[in-house]
Design a protein. Structure first.
Length: 290
């Protein structure tokens, strides 16, 4: 049976949500997730508000600008800051996107890495460098993408190969699977089954935008739709009720509406628990394999 500590539901900490988050009793959420780049060294009233929330909730980290698939040298200063931030706030895990986001400057977008054997070894070597600095395993997120340049292997083959070569873990984003399944015309459940789910430690779920019948855009600006909820149920059936984050980056509804979606995550986790589906604790992500 999965431990109660692993069945957790959290929300992304955004500045626009801080007043309502501070007004919560505390039991409504199990953790908050932040992009460390936005909070390292921050002072003033936002810094004070962050520290208040960090005293109430565990803080999970999801990076935006490490550029894991790029060619510019890794930002060691950023990594050192992240390591200290994790120690200061006892953050149980750090994740990044399996993408690149710049070389001669920050592109402020998450771009697809070519699905090639050469890219597998390139990315894995950079992940190993990150893990050596942090002294622990990191998680990589399966990303949404709208083009697949130089595709020599499938998306799932690429993800499997990178995680195996780097010996890192998986942040499973079920909305990204759904978005990619529409845009690239594959079966989302079949794709989910093809991923290295033994390495899954954490899940993201979100809403997206319907640009056209055959084009979905990963926006994190809308409610989660029923097919994505169903995919989350299947993920829990396969992986157990891993800690799950509701991503909402803009178009914020009232907090009560966000908490309804948090409640739906918790009900799905409770159902998985009732079926005796188990998995590892996310705290295992803090330890490097020996």
């Amino acid at each position: 049976m999965t431990s109660e500590s692993s069945a957790q539901a959290g929300l992304g900490l955004r500045r626009g949500l801080m007043p309502e988050l501070k007004s919560l009793a505390g039991s409504e959420l199990d953790f908050l997730e932040v992009a460390p780049e936005n909070w390292v060294h921050i002072g003033g009233r936002y810094g004070r508000s962050f520290r208040e929330l960090a005293e109430r909730y565990p803080i999970y980290l999801h990076g935006l600008s490490l550029n894991i698939g790029g060619f510019a040298p890794l930002n060691k200063e950023l990594l050192t800051d992240i390591k200290q931030f994790m120690a200061d706030f006892n953050c149980p895990l750090y994740s990044e996107h399996l993408t690149y986001c710049g070389d001669e400057g920050q592109l402020y977008d998450l771009l697809p890495i070519p699905f090639t054997e050469e890219a597998v070894y390139h990315v894995a070597e950079r992940v190993k460098q990150v893990q050596d600095v942090l002294g622990q395993r990191i998680l990589l997120e399966n990303a949404s993408y709208y083009a697949a340049p130089a595709q020599a292997m499938s998306e799932s083959e690429f993800i499997n190969a990178v995680l195996a070569e780097a010996d890192c873990d998986l942040l499973l984003d079920v909305n990204n699977i759904f978005v990619n399944s529409v845009n690239n015309r594959y079966d989302p459940v079949q794709f989910l089954h093809s991923l290295p789910l033994a390495r899954a430690r954490y899940i993201h779920i979100a809403g997206h935008f319907d640009e056209a019948e055959d084009l979905r855009v990963d926006t994190h600006g809308a409610d989660v739709i029923d097919p994505v909820w169903a995919l989350l149920d299947e993920a829990y059936r396969l992986c157990g009720p891993l800690p799950t984050l509701l991503e909402r980056d803009f178009n914020f509804p009232p907090m009560a509406e966000l908490l309804l979606e948090i409640g739906q995550i918790r009900r799905a986790q409770a159902h998985a628990n009732s079926q005796g589906i188990s998995h590892f604790s996310p705290l295992n992500a803090r330890k490097r394999a020996g």
